[in-house]
Structures are given as structure tokens and as C-alpha cells.
Design a protein around this ligand. Structure first.
Ligand SMILES: [Zn+2]
Length: 99
């Protein structure tokens, strides 16, 4: 049963000496659990290289793909108006105004 014992000394690394992996460096595919770096996932346009799963991305990431990061947002101050005067609770209105 020698394969259960560590034969060579010095292989174990103390916890204080282990390097932490930075957050956001790796991505795990939702469908096939394959690990890829976020950089590789971006290069594949957020599609898993193993199973072709399309990872959900933000609108900013989608705009970067569409326009190669060269776009300008216009009319940021525009706010939707309740043209139908829908009945809603007061906390919903405050939530809408907060957006
Ligand atoms: Zn996958």
C-alpha cells in the first residue's frame, strides 16, 4: 500500500506558503464543468471551447464584442415614462426611480 504514503519528503507545501489563485481568473462552464481561464473564454467570445455552451454575459461585454470596444453611449439621461399610468405599489415606483 505504498501508494497511500508519501515517499518523498518536501513535497508538501505549508498552507502559509501556498499561492492564492486570484478571483476572476478561472471560469467553470455551467454545462460541462470545464475550467478555462477568463482570458481564453473572452477570446472564444464567451462560448465554451468544449461543449459550445454560450455563457451569459452582460450588455457591456456584448457591446464590446459587437463594436470591438469602440462605441459611445448616447442619451444616458433618458428615463422611461409610465405612459399607461399603471397601478403599482409605492415601493415599486421608488425602485423604478432608483434605476
Ligand atoms: Zn462547456
Amino acid at each position: 500500500m505504498s501508494w497511500f504514503k508519501r515517499l518523498k519528503e518536501g513535497i508538501q507545501t505549508a498552507t502559509k506558503n501556498k499561492k492564492e489563485t486570484p478571483d476572476g481568473l478561472w471560469h467553470k462552464c455551467t454545462r460541462c464543468n470545464m475550467l478555462t481561464t477568463v482570458k481564453d473564454l473572452r477570446e472564444h467570445l464567451y462560448i465554451c471551447p468544449k461543449c459550445d455552451y454560450h455563457t451569459r454575459i452582460s450588455s457591456a461585454d456584448y457591446f464590446d464584442i459587437l463594436f470591438d470596444g469602440k462605441y459611445t453611449r448616447l442619451f444616458d439621461e433618458i428615463v422611461s415614462v409610465d405612459m399607461l399610468d399603471l397601478k403599482m405599489s409605492s415601493h415599486m415606483k421608488t425602485d423604478l426611480l432608483a434605476i
